[in-house]
Design a binder for this molecule. Sequence first.
Ligand code: HEC
Length: 181
Amino acid sequence: MENSRGSFTKGIAAGVVLAALLALLLMLFVAYTGSYNIAASQDHSPFVRWLFSTTMSHSVAARADELEPPEAFSEAQVEAGAEHYKAMCEHCHAGPGVKRAEWAQGMLPQPPHLIDEAAHWQPNEVFWLVKHGVRMSGMPAFGETHEDAELWDIAAFVERLPGMTSSEYAALGQQTGTHKH
Ligand code: HEC
């Protein structure tokens, strides 16, 4: 009894080692043969796209969970956030009545139109995304160059984006002169 259970366990262990070796060989094959197309002109397969976007959204949610957003955002924060958005985000993410820059249309993944997508993210998640960026996607990290208070201003503005009209958008972010770059 003991012996047959022992050889069964050994068989499983050998199977796991073999599977790990095959996975490693497959990775090396892909890395060295050039068989995987990394072109930004062609989308990932549906499975790889699903894997990346699901990993990305759960990674952001898990890390942003620890952040406490301010109880309410003031109009002054939305105004200051709009100025940052127009200077640093609009060319990739577009805005009400404003298209993304021509070069940003060649990016993959495509920077989403935040007017449509912002409602899927909590302000603490937007804060985290803007502070840390998303590796290997083109979404930059702004945490090195901006104070947390400025990043909350941006989150305050992004929360307002869904449903914003183009004239409201045009009027915002003109008054403060706080964006120094
Ligand atoms: C150079 C282009 C670029 C700039 C500039 C940029 N982003 Fe992004 N952003 C991206 C890309 C690409 C993604 C998609 C990442 C992904 O799907 O993995 C993204 C994703 C996001 C997301 C998540 C949206 C979603 O549904 O996937 C938010 C929120 C966001 N960016 C906010 C901002 C804000 C706010 C700024 C300005 C402070 C900004 N981004 C600047 C390229 C950019």
